[in-house]
Design a protein around this ligand. Structure first.
Ligand code: 5GP
Length: 190
C-alpha cells in the first residue's frame, strides 16, 4: 500500500496520474466522500460521491479502512476495494490527508508513506491562485491548513518535493521500486 499525502494544490493528482501510466501493477483506490462533485469530476472515477447518511452507514459496517473530516466534508478509503486489488497482486495508491494516513499507519504499518511537499509555501499559494477563483478568505484558510499539513511531513517515510511533476513522479516511482525490491529480499526463500 502506497500512501500519498500533501497539501491541496501541491500536485498529487498529476503525480499519481503519471505513476499509473508508468506501472501497470499500480492502481488508485477510489475514495468515498461527502463533498459535492466538481464539474470535471466523474462519480466512481474521481470519488464515489455519497451523502452523509450513506457515509455513516459505511463507517458503521466497518467498510472504511480510515476516514477523516477535511474542510467540512468526510473522506474515507474503501476496505473492500483495497483488499480486492491487493489480492490481485496490485500495489494500491491511496491519496489521503494526514489524519487518515495516521489511521492507515496504525492498521497497516507495512505501507509506504510518502509526503509531497511544495518547493515553498509561496509557490504553493501561487499554484493555487492560478488554479481557481477563490476569495482571499478562502485562500488564507487553505494556506493555514497547508501549513498544518506540512508540519506532519516529518512523520512520513519519504518527503518528495514537487518542483517539477515529471521529476517528482519519477522520484516516487523509484521509491516504490526500491521498497518492492527490499520486501522481496526480506521474504524467506521458498
Ligand atoms: P479534494 O476534496 O481536494 O479532492 O481532497 C481534499 C483532501 O482529501 C486531499 O488532501 C485528499 O488527499 C484527501 N482525501 C481524498 N480521499 C481521501 C480519503 O479517502 N481519506 C482521507 N483521509 N483523505 C482523503
Amino acid at each position: 500500500m502506497i500512501v500519498i499525502s500533501g497539501p491541496s494544490g501541491v500536485g498529487k493528482d498529476t503525480i499519481i496520474e503519471r505513476l499509473l501510466k508508468m506501472d501497470p501493477d499500480l492502481r488508485y483506490s477510489i475514495s468515498f466522500t461527502t463533498r459535492p462533485k466538481r464539474d470535471y469530476e466523474v462519480n466512481d472515477v474521481h470519488y464515489s460521491f455519497v451523502g452523509k447518511p450513506k457515509f455513516e452507514e459505511l463507517i458503521g459496517r466497518g467498510e472504511l479502512l480510515e476516514s477523516a473530516l477535511y474542510n467540512g466534508y468526510y473522506y474515507g478509503t474503501s476496505r473492500t476495494r483495497v483488499e480486492k486489488l491487493q489480492r490481485q497482486g496490485i500495489d494500491v495508491i491511496l491519496k489521503i490527508e494526514v489524519r487518515g494516513a495516521e489511521q492507515v499507519r496504525a492498521k497497516r504499518p507495512d505501507g509506504v508513506f510518502i509526503f509531497i511537499a511544495p518547493p515553498s509555501m509561496e509557490e504553493l499559494l501561487h499554484r493555487r491562485e492560478e488554479r481557481g477563483s477563490d476569495t482571499p478568505a478562502v485562500i488564507e484558510e487553505r494556506q493555514r491548513l497547508a501549513r498544518w499539513e506540512m508540519s506532519h511531513a516529518q512523520y512520513y517515510d519519504y518527503v518528495v518535493t514537487n518542483e517539477d511533476a515529471q521529476v517528482a513522479a519519477e522520484d516516487v516511482m523509484e521509491i516504490i521500486r526500491r521498497e518492492r525490491a527490499r520486501r522481496r529480499g526480506a521474504q524467506p526463500p521458498e
